[in-house]
Each structure stands twice: as structure tokens, then as C-alpha cells.
Design a binder for this molecule. Sequence first.
Ligand code: DSN
Length: 430
Amino acid sequence: MSDATVLTPGELAARARRIVRDQNTWRGSQTLNLIASENLVSPGVAELTVSDFSHRYAEGEVGKRYYEGTRYVDEVEDLCEKTFNRMFGSEYSNVKPLSGAQANLAVFMGLAKPGDDVASLDVPNGGHISYREFGAAGCRGLTVNNIPFNPAEFTVDTEGLAQLLQSKKKTLRVVTLGGSLILFPHPVREVSRLVSEYFPEGDVVVHYDAAHVFGLIAGGRFQDPFSEGAKVVSSSTHKTFPGPQGGVVLAKSLDAKKTSDIRKAVFPGLVSNHHLHRLPALLYAAAEMMEFGSAYADQTIRNAKRLAKSLHDHGFKVVGESRGFTESHQVAFDSSDMGGGSRTSSLLASANIITNKNLLPGEPLKNSRDPSGIRIGVQEVTRIGMKEAEMDSIAELFHELLHLHADASAVAAKALKLRQEFPRIHFTFT
Ligand code: DSN
């Protein structure tokens, strides 16, 4: 790993090429990729990611740049913004953030000042690190409050939230819903109603982090946070939404001052140049989702439900049973009885099955290095054309490896064979 000090420049250059070849072969064609925050980009998106845009600058807004030579950046950025507004029903869209976490930081910078309070789900209950005290919210100097959560029902405890709203009447600025472990829609409508009741002047904003479910929302198969009362939606653009890695902030019915504060938080606050090569690829991915998003989201959710049931039938402790296991692309199970999340995810990886260890609702945050859960996302295997029958095959591989203690290399060979039956990316123009 650490021979960088002795390699010649020629060897380093060759190494860079070799690493990419190996990554493409291994993760690109040999493993069953079940990380809930990843996806594959189509050949069209991949092709458009590499262009002259990747080495240009365009600080500023569409039509108001600080650089010359930006006519095509203006064209593509304007189309991206308008296309996102059209797809998600927003009135304002900003595609400059480079990641979902940066999009969240822009939301916090725009809507709250150091010392203010925000409320979000704790990480074990599905909250993302960026809206916690050790993430972007903490970097902004905000006081982070936990949204009370009922782990048995996987949902926000709205009575507890009402008490929190009452106790923070003077200092609360943002209530963030959505998250990284999101099996079921969040009660955006109820929370928005409560926020309007406690803050009738509109000084607290309901913000929804849609990163994980952005593609499912685009496909019309998950809750629509704007129609349920959220005023700001942030997201990454590369999870269930199969675009290039990046971030986006959308707003609807947000007052002009707050919208402008978010815009300024993005540029010139957090982003100087916004890595322009993403934009044509993002537009292309958005077009794919307009055309194929419903079918893709539909099959993704059907696959997640089937995998959850199949794992459950094999005796896995799949969470969310009382609510039908999942309504999203995710499935999670408790792996405590098989050595915990670290051991289980690493064993699965040795068998060509890539997942991640994850805290489960109700679990202490201090368990994060070796949490009890395994989180699975089926959006990528759905993109290569897998359906319910393959979900049963994947559950069978989990069972053989983790319950029957089959040899990892034997399971790896089966996983490879299954993967290689699906060489093509679906739900795309190319
Ligand atoms: N933490 C990532 C995940 O949910 O996998 C997203 O940033």
C-alpha cells in the first residue's frame, strides 16, 4: 500500500491506470453491489462526465459569471436548474453543491446562525452525520437537538417533537427530516403542521434530506416532501438518483430572503468553482429519470420488499417487520447473533457481496465502529436488470454464507456468476 516513496513517476502513472482497471473489473463487474448510497451511471452519463468542462471555471450564477468563456456552462446549468424544478415541483434549484453533505451545510448556513438550534434525527435513528454536532451542523456552530424517534415503529415521535418545539421557541431555525437509514416515509405533513402551529411567523423551516430516496421521489414512488410541507430539500445526486456524484438544494414556498441566503451560502460561501463536468452528466441522468424513473423506482421498491421477505424467511432478523420491512430501496437486518456488523459485512465482502455495517434504531451511537446492523440497498442491482427471482437468489447466498457457514470462496463464485448474468445497465437511453 505505502510504496509511494519509492515508485518512479512512470511507475506511479502506470499504477494509477492499473488501479482504475482493477476497480472497474472488481466493483464494476464482479461484485453484487448492495451499498444503499451508491449506484451505477449509464454509459451516457459516464461519457458526458469527461469533457472540456472538467478543467474550466465558472464562478457566479447563470448569466452573471466572473469569468468569460462560460456560454455552454450557462446553458447546461440553466437547463439543470429548470429540469430539477420541473421534476421535483420546486421553485428554486441550485446544482452547485459538490456533495449532499455540502448541500446540507449550505442549508444550515443559509437558515441559521451560530448559536441557533436545529433538530434532526440522531445517527442510529437514520440521521446523516452532516446534520449532527460532529458534522456540518456543528461546523456552523449550531446546537443540535434530537428529534424524538420511536424505534419500534421506525417513525418520528410527534408528541415528543411538539415538546421540543415548545422548549425551543426562541432559538430553533431548522427541523431536518429524511436520512441515511430510511426504510419508510417520514411524517413530513404532520411535522410541517406542528412547525406551522408553533412557529406561525414562518421562522422555522422544515428541511428534508432526500439523498437516499431522490430517485424514488423522481420516479413518483416515495413521499413528495414539497407537497407534504417541506420548504427545502437537499440531496446528493448519485444514490437512487443515478447521476454523477454531487449535491443539490431545492426550495419551494421559501421566502425570498431565506432563498437568497441559501444561494449565497453555496456561492460564494462554500463553492468557488462547482466542478462543471458534472452538469451535462447530471442533465442526462435527469432526462433518464424523466423517461424511465417510474419503472425503475417501482422495480427497486419491489425488489427491496422481496429481498427483505426472503431474508426474513431464511431467519434473518430483518428490521421493520411490523410495517412490512421497507417502502424504500433499503433493507436492514440485525447481525448481532452472527458476530455484529463489522464481522458480517467483511465476511459478505469476502464473498463478493458488498454491503455496509450500520447502526440500527435505538442503538447507542458509541457502537458506530461495530454496530449491530447490516444495511442493504437494491437500487444498483435493479439498474442491471435484477428482479424478484434474483432477490431470492441473493437472500439464499446470505443464508449459505452467514447461517450455513459455507466457504466464502464458494459463495463468491456464485455471487460472481449471478452478477455476470446481468452485464447491461437498464433504464437508460444508451
Ligand atoms: N453516509 C452515506 C450513506 O448513507 O451511505 C451518505 O453520505
